[in-house]
Design a protein around this ligand. Structure first.
Ligand code: ADP
Ligand code: ADP
Length: 226
């Protein structure tokens, strides 16, 4: 599904250059569940943002579904991103002024889908993540666990093939964290590719493969026995 080749990302701030990603080579196939781990500042977020086409490499190539997208414009990337990738963040990133239902539907507005079909899909996906009874609520009226369910619904409502999750359980207690992990596990079993940054070894254990970063490069990879 994706292939990063000799990928490097540097940040230049004043006179300091930071090598956030240093010659990274990673391949991820459709249907994988990958955890990315490593100490704070090692490049996890930069890696996830690069995979999510929110950040561009300084050098190296990024192949997505067989296409080298390294030099694509933001407009081209945006089309590929919206069609293929759903995002989940530690802070949920819902829009405070929109209801649960509207937050989820927003992810469909970029797809060319009639309103009645949109409505049907949003209802289906709310049922799936168990948030249908809160459809008309505002995010501020929900618990953290419920907000993350909405974010999961938003990430998959457009039939995205890949979910990128940046510490999706970081702001949740262990029971709600586990719920979110089980949801991701179910989606993965249905074929969705999942790439997740986490500090939790317990949650990394849901993944079939773990990539450890240190100072911007891959130091170890572990594949879980079947
Ligand atoms: P964590 O991985 O522990 O959640 P973050 O990803 O939020 O931490 O940030 C890691 C480091 O990168 C921090 O030192 C932070 O200050 C720095 N950092 C993250 N994003 C930016 C940014 N946009 N500009 C400058 N520094 C950043
Ligand atoms: P992690 O997610 O593992 O904490 P990051 O990918 O956030 O790491 O950051 C990797 C390195 O790049 C860190 O040294 C961080 O300070 C630096 N960095 C991240 N974003 C920026 C930015 N926008 N500007 C400058 N430095 C950044």
């Amino acid at each position: 599904m994706l292939k990063l080749h000799n990928l490097t990302r540097t940040y230049q701030t004043d006179d300091v250059e930071t090598l956030a990603l240093n010659n990274v080579n990673i391949e991820i196939a459709q249907g994988e569940f990958v955890a990315i781990m490593g100490p704070s500042g090692c490049g996890k977020s930069t890696l996830l943002n690069t995979i999510g086409m929110l950040d561009s490499p300084s050098s190296g190539t990024y192949e997505f579904n067989g296409e080298d997208i390294s030099s694509y414009s933001e407009a081209q990337l945006s089309v590929i991103r919206k069609k293929n990738i759903g995002f989940i963040f530690q802070n949920f990133n819902l829009i405070d002024e929109l209801t649960v239902q509207e937050n989820i539907e927003l992810a469909l507005l970029y797809h060319n889908i009639p309103a009645s079909e949109r409505n049907k899909r949003v209802i289906e996906v709310m049922d799936k993540v168990g948030i249908a009874h809160r459809a008309k609520h505002m995010p501020s009226q929900l618990s953290g666990g419920q907000q993350q369910r909405v974010a999961v619904a938003r990430a998959v409502v457009g039939d995205q093939k890949m979910i990128l999750a940046d510490e999706p359980t970081g702001n949740l207690d262990s029971a709600h964290g586990q719920e979110v992990m089980e949801m991701l596990q179910t989606l993965n079993a249905e074929g969705t590719t999942i790439v997740m940054v986490t500090h939790s070894p317990t949650h990394a254990d849901y993944a079939k493969r773990t990539i450890n970063l240190f100072d911007g490069h891959v130091v170890t990879e572990r594949v879980k026995a079947a």
